[in-house]
Design a protein around this ligand. Structure first.
Ligand code: SF4
Length: 392
């Protein structure tokens, strides 16, 4: 890593330049980052504090753990209780609450839930125990989807009939469109609503796969600027300065800029895209807090349907959480979840500390919603790095 991207003098100069621009503009600007790694970097580096009063940074649906729906979690919990069946998950999904509990609780109650580090680990586990069914909770954005596709192909190559996945991958551009559509209709009808997001800090990792051009619709269809950037403080401040300048420009000046050329190309990673396309195809997907968004998920293509756990276990007692007596959750959990405002946080309608449960009923030790479970969730990032600031 080039240490210039952490240079305090460079960062200080950028903060001054942004403040000067905002002074010329005559009002503060609200931007959104759409990546959990950016969320943590902004909180940890103190950038929010440095830009206090001039640029407000809201978090969007960029944390894959946070946007996974309750239904997906509940389905996996129900599978964990099936005889001779193992649920495989990334570790950060263990404590994400469904309507009826968490996978960690299911494991404590006797369900077979194991943590893996890659989708291929799941194929290896299935190969080692051929008489047992292994179901992988396939989550994440365009970055993890190629790994899932590779695992399915490897399972097919090895002739495994005991490896399936619950497809819950999501795609970022579709979520951004869904997020912006209501704002556009409010603007066209002149109806009120929360202050609009005026530009996006776009994710570095996802963009490495899908490429810069994948976001051109932001400017073309919504008249909004976007900047792809890296994760160091200078990366993020350069993106903020670019976005503020875009906001100041006339309408035609809005565009999507790549400030992360050391990783991201115009068209992205063609091999990763081809691998994903070979195995997975777009489908409607339920996002926590955003509802079901058309074409925003990835599911197995028809030719790979044998690896789809939703189809394999339909009617076998799986995917019906109400069937198992250990499930059902408690009243206090249900009350906590209904008070949780993760949906509003993920849409940028509120900042994490505006949730009444933040730091009171909800902490990383005892999380109520997924945004406090994942270290990349907005609530957890605010709590870990900025709660003294909020306590002032
Ligand atoms: S602080 Fe907790 S309850 Fe509130 S929105 Fe965040 S995760 Fe949900």
């Amino acid at each position: 890593m080039n240490k210039d991207f952490r240079d305090p003098e460079l960062a200080g100069g950028l903060v001054k330049a942004i403040r000067r621009d905002i002074n010329d503009l005559g009002r503060p600007v609200r931007l959104m980052e759409v990546c959990g790694t950016h969320t943590v970097a902004i909180s940890r580096s103190g950038i929010r504090n440095l830009l206090d009063g001039v640029v407000e940074l809201r978090s969007g649906p960029g944390c894959p753990v946070c946007v996974t729906s309750q239904e997906d979690i509940d389905h996996m919990i129900s599978l964990a209780y099936l005889p001779n069946t193992t649920v495989l998950t990334y570790g950060d999904m263990l404590r994400v609450p469904g309507a009826t509990g968490t996978l960690e609780e299911a494991r404590a109650a006797g369900g077979d839930v194991r943590v893996l580090y890659s989708a291929l680990d799941g194929v290896r586990a299935a190969g080692a125990e051929p008489s047992r069914q292994f179901v992988f909770l396939a989550v994440g954005f365009e970055t993890t989807a190629p790994g899932t596709a590779l695992a399915v192909k490897e399972a097919a190559r090895r002739g495994l009939d005991n490896f399936t996945l619950h497809p819950a991958h999501k795609t970022i551009p579709a979520a951004l469109r869904a997020l912006l559509a209501p704002a556009r209709s409010q603007a066209s009808t002149g109806s009120g609503g929360p202050p609009a997001i005026e530009g996006f800090i776009l994710p570095g990792h996802v963009s490495a796969v899908i490429g810069r051009k994948a976001y051109d619709f932001l400017a073309a269809d919504f008249g909004l600027p976007g900047v792809i950037t890296g994760f160091e403080p200078v990366d993020i401040l350069l993106a903020v300065r670019e976005l503020v300048r875009s906001v100041m420009a006339r309408a035609g000046g809005k565009r999507v800029v790549n400030l992360y050329p050391r990783v991201v190309r115009e068209d992205g990673n063609a091999r990763a895209q081809a691998l994903t396309r070979e195995v997975l195809e777009p489908c409607p997907s339920a996002w926590r807090g955003l509802g079901t968004i058309p074409d925003s998920g990835l599911t197995l293509r028809e030719e790979w349907r044998a690896f789809n756990a939703v189809k394999r276990f339909a009617g076998a007692g799986g995917l019906q959480s109400s069937l198992h007596p250990a499930l059902g959750g408690s009243r206090s959990r249900a009350a906590g979840i209904s008070a949780c405002r993760c949906g509003d946080v993920l849409r940028g309608l509120i900042a994490a500390p505006e949730c009444p449960l933040f730091g009171r009923g909800c902490t990383p030790i005892s999380p109520v919603g997924p945004c406090m479970v994942s270290s990349e969730g907005s609530c957890a990032a605010h709590y870990a790095h900025e709660r003294r600031r909020h306590a002032r």
